[in-house]
Design a protein around this ligand. Structure first.
Ligand SMILES: C[S@@+](CC[C@H](N)C(=O)[O-])C[C@H]1O[C@@H](n2cnc3c(N)ncnc32)[C@H](O)[C@@H]1O
Length: 249
């Protein structure tokens, strides 16, 4: 694990038990948007194909599993992976509470290193129908490399679904004037999470480049009309999120 990933692990381990309360409104909005855009994301769901067809999804950097739990009724198997043990525990607790423990399970791992344990090189971690990364791409040290590494786990034709922040997407007081992505700017924008953030978000063009560089086609990108609103250090922040999808060629 790199120093940067370790910083993420530590930060999110501490945040895990309060994360869902803290970001409740944003998570609700993202869950609703995911559901209403489900057929835009993919046409392969349990209610769109033959009943006995397996549809397997990996949610990487899953946290408590908001998107996994949202899509669970339309999938046959879900694996959550996160570097934080406490986030993995939250995911598994949620799956139990929702009666989804038979189809959704999470494990701690770093799949973005050079030495991923061999047990992750076989089913159920390979040959996936779907890969989801929600609100985490901006926490990865090398998003381009991450999409290549994770994308290789999909079947050909498999769908990658990303939710993240639109580049320079602050509204009002907390942002808006600067494209200078130095430490001070990051600090101002992300507060005490600044050291865990590598990118300030992704434009449509940058997502297209990332996907194409990782062997994906059919790229679509949608800016969400409702902002993500959350409170940090007693200040209210508002950011614009996007959804993007692409298919492995
Ligand atoms: C902002 S949270 C998003 C959680 C969840 N996906 C959601 O949409 O609510 C970012 C998550 O990414 C995880 N994370 C950060 N860097 C990671 C990495 N390199 N590999 C795996 N997980 C990582 C953190 O532990 C944390 O759970």
């Amino acid at each position: 694990m790199t120093e940067f990933t370790e910083a993420n692990r530590k930060y999110f381990d501490q945040l895990a038990t309060t994360y869902q309360d803290k970001f409740a409104d944003s998570m609700k909005m993202l869950s609703e948007q995911t559901l209403s855009n489900r057929l835009w994301i993919s046409d392969l769901w349990t209610d769109t194909v033959a009943q006995d067809q397996e549809i397997r999804m990996l949610e990487y950097a899953c946290g408590p599993g908001n998107i996994s739990m949202t899509l669970a009724p339309f999938l046959t198997q879900i694996i959550g992976i996160d570097v934080s043990d406490n986030m993995v525990a939250e995911f598994n607790r949620n799956a139990n509470l929702l009666g989804l423990a038979d189809k959704a399970i999470s494990r701690t791992a770093d799949l973005l290193t050079d030495d991923v344990p061999v047990d992750f090189a076989v089913a159920p971690y390979m040959d996936l129908d779907m890969l989801t990364v929600s609100m985490a791409l901006h926490h990865f040290e090398q998003p381009d490399r991450a999409l290549k590494q994770l994308g290789a786990r999909l079947k050909k034709g498999g769908v990658c679904f990303i939710i993240d922040l639109v580049a320079d997407s602050g509204h009002g007081h907390d942002h808006g004037h600067s494209h200078n992505h130095d430490h001070g700017e990051r600090q101002r924008e992300f507060g005490n999470a600044a050291h865990t953030v590598k990118s300030h978000g992704f434009s449509q063009e940058s997502m297209r480049e990332l996907f194409q560089g990782a062997g994906f086609g059919g790229v679509e990108y949608k800016v969400l009309a409702q902002p993500l609103v959350f409170v940090k250090d007693e200040k209210t922040f508002s950011k614009t999120a996007f959804m993007a999808r692409a298919q492995r060629l």
